[in-house]
Design a binder for this molecule. Sequence first.
Ligand code: AMP
Length: 179
Amino acid sequence: MAVAREAMSRLVRDIPDFPEPGIVFKDIMPLLADHDGFHAVVTALAESGRDEHGEVIVDKVIGMEARGFLVGAPVALALGAGFTPVRKAGKLPGPTHAVTYDLEYGTATLEMHQDAIEPGDRVLLVDDVLATGGTARATAELVSRCGGTVVGVAVLMELGFLSGREQLGDLPVDSLAVV
Ligand code: AMP
């Protein structure tokens, strides 16, 4: 965990005013490009899918578009679990469930294949950044439409000033850094 935190502080860079003025974008590309750093953060995130004895407690890992794919897929492999993408509207080819949620300006829609999660599946949500919590909350709703259970949310970083975890009720949220 300490190695993962050190890698994050060294290899995640702040890009001011991207993608719009006033936003400080957390760019994880240098972290992904560093094998030891990437490996350390994937190993640390995967801990959220294990119990206190180290036993895997999830059947599926979901990554949210797009950087959630990059960190979620290796977490799924590390846990021996399946991986499922949650995508922006119109990207998935099969029958989907869809959830529309509010953004600061306007709305966004996320979709997941209806057969991606089996009833009873235990699911870990993985993303790079938890900001307002809207993405994670909408994804949890998609899981419940399929009859699955979200056991937790694991992110590299949580933007503490946005209080995203308050959107998630009782769901456990593990973040490697609060920024
Ligand atoms: P939210 O739904 O507000 O919790 O936003 C989370 C989603 O937006 C994640 O998929 C992140 O990749 C992305 N995101 C939000 N804020 C930032 C940020 N400051 N830097 C990088 N990605 C962000």
